[in-house]
Design a protein around this ligand. Structure first.
Ligand code: NI
Length: 257
């Protein structure tokens, strides 16, 4: 069976409370056997650790404060993240970044939280998983001075232009490709034609952004082969090739190769 990695899945989310085991098993049955779990804030940590404990071979917790969770109390939240980072190993810091789509109230705090967490990634020599929405240029400005040999990562849920793909490649970062690639109006297919497979990893962002034909419903990791199939069509290569390359890229990204 072909193997796949879901590099971004919030499987600890309350939307999976009733059938989490089935969801994980369904994905494993489809060949999706590794799940990277990006954190949101202090409230999601316990559930994420619990899932990782149940599936130590399959689930890997990330640690970080999500930009949409940056509020008045962000310093308190960051202190909890920092404490967790000091207590054990994590494969990456995430998800972190900036978001100007949902709420601009805490923009200054968002930038500060992102910069602080970039420093932690460098300190622990682990990659970062970036969320950026309606804030690509701003994110690049904050990231560019740090990117390089000692800081790598992925732009999760990439949905940008050819230019932004070039910028990401120049920084040595990966792009996370998910359900959006199956949406007719995304325009992502024409951008990805020219992006080398070496820079792409697969993700679902479960429970959000389900691919067609599940669009609008709850997303789950067993849908990764749908995204992979679409990518195979765009790139004009076999599904096997997508499986092999994206799995290797994901292992490289998380320093597990
Ligand atoms: Ni996410």
């Amino acid at each position: 069976m072909l193997e796949f990695i879901d590099t971004h899945a919030h499987l600890y989310d309350v939307q999976f409370d009733k059938d989490r085991k089935t969801i994980v098993q369904n994905a494993i049955n489809e060949g999706v056997n590794k799940f990277f779990l990006p954190n949101i804030n202090s409230e999601t940590i316990a559930g994420m650790f619990e899932l990782e404990k149940q599936y130590p071979q399959n689930c890997f917790a990330l640690m970080g404060l999500h930009p949409c969770a940056v509020k008045d109390d962000f310093e308190k939240e960051l202190a909890i993240i920092e404490k967790n980072l000091a207590q054990r190993k994590f494969v990456a810091i995430g998800e972190i970044g900036t978001d100007l789509h949902w709420d601009k109230t805490f923009w200054e705090q968002q930038k500060e939280a992102f910069s602080i967490q970039i420093q932690w990634a460098k300190k622990y020599k682990i990659p970062i998983v970036i969320h950026c929405r309606a804030s690509f240029q701003e994110t690049i400005e904050l990231l560019a001075p740090h990117a390089g040999e000692d800081l790598r990562g992925v732009f999760h849920c990439f949905g940008g232009s050819e230019n932004s793909a070039k910028t990401i490649i120049d920084l040595g970062f990966y792009m996370g490709i998910g359900g959006v690639v199956t949406y007719k109006k995304s325009g992502l297919d024409s951008v990805l034609i020219d992006v080398p497979l070496e820079y792409l990893v697969l993700e679902t962002d479960s429970p959000y952004l389900a691919p067609v034909p599940h669009r609008g419903k709850r997303n789950e990791s067993s849908y990764i082969p749908i995204v992979a199939q679409k990518l195979a069509e765009i790139k004009g290569v076999s599904l096997e090739e997508i499986s092999k390359k994206t799995t290797q890229n994901a292992l490289n990204l998380f320093q597990m190769a």
